[in-house]
Design a binder for this molecule. Sequence first.
Ligand SMILES: Nc1ncnc2c1ncn2[C@@H]1O[C@H](COP(=O)(O)OP(=O)(O)OP(=O)(O)O)[C@@H](O)[C@H]1O
Ligand SMILES: [Mg+2]
Length: 370
Amino acid sequence: MSKMFIGALSGTSMDAIDIAAVDFSEAQPRLLAHANYPIAQDLTARVRSIQSDACRLSEYARLDYIFGKLFADCINDFIKQQNFSPQTVAAIGLHGQTVLHDTSQESPLTLQIADPNVVAYKTGISVVSDFRRADIAAGGQGAPLVPALHALLFAKPDKKQAILNIGGIANVTVLDGKQIVVGFDTGPGNCLMDAWSLKHNNQSYDKNGEWAAAHSPDSALLQAMLKDSFFTKTPPKSTCTGYFSLDWLADYMQESTSLSPGVVVATLAELTAVAVANALQGYIGEGNELLLCGGGAHNRHLVECLRRHTKLTVLSTADKGTDPNWIEAIAFAWLAKLRLENRSGAIPAVTGADVATVLGAVYRTNCETY
Ligand SMILES: Nc1ncnc2c1ncn2[C@@H]1O[C@H](COP(=O)(O)OP(=O)(O)OP(=O)(O)O)[C@@H](O)[C@H]1O
Ligand SMILES: [Mg+2]
């Protein structure tokens, strides 16, 4: 079997479709090529419309097809640009576009769109998709799924360290030597800052955190938000941007209506960092390393806040040899490989599942036996 796998996703920030081609023939994954493809604003608005309880079922089904076609077009372009032959790709790990994720209720749900049938047909490559629901069926959170890859990439004997992915939502993995101590979502990564920045500054994100850095956070608002039950819950836990939304923020701002937008964005940056620092307490002590990945690793102000609050040595995963922008895409390429080998990619100690399930469903393009 070819050892090249493609990972493709557009994260909760909906900023772009990330695609990575990864070679797994050696002990360490090797990133062969990567690209991202921005998502048109009218499409992100349509995804937001189906995140609401007033979602029209036909719009959901239509977007599932539209995103399937979009992912297929992007992957085909990527393969062409890289001069790869589709036959050399063993499979595509297609996470698609996250729409909903809420495992806090008795009937948990997670929903990603981008019809894998469309991607398999239009690329001619087998697709592995629907990575989260087997773990949820087994009583788990279905998230985060990256800790096993974090361990593969960064674990060192006798070294305690944490890896923090700062996407729309932030998730952390704590490693003690090769052992995964814990992995869970810490709360908002960039999502609240992004939504606030779009609404009050007409920018999809606060570049390098400059807007936040120019203001002081409001302590009363910060303390009020930190009382939210998500932060006080013990792991396993996961969340999504539908929870940490501007509506969520508005509930906590009822007493703080006079704050300027700049003060609020500074408070949101502080919230992300303090939530991470609080979440890590008891798992990793001062002086150990915190490796950052995901787009938030580029937010200089946020990185400073994390340094100040965690008292850890804050580095980028780039300092350990892996570009912080591509770790999630590498993870889904790897999960596709595990699926084809019928091996589990889930870690019950992280997700809280009863057993380690084999994650994902396989969509073949032809009738080959395997
Ligand atoms: N230079 C920068 N300064 C500040 N923030 C940045 C910068 N570059 C990227 N970001 C932030 O990173 C976000 C994109 O990060 P990323 O793609 O990792 O998140 P994501 O798509 O939500 O991923 P996932 O949900 O899978 O973790 C942007 O929305 C923005 O908030
Ligand atoms: Mg992204």
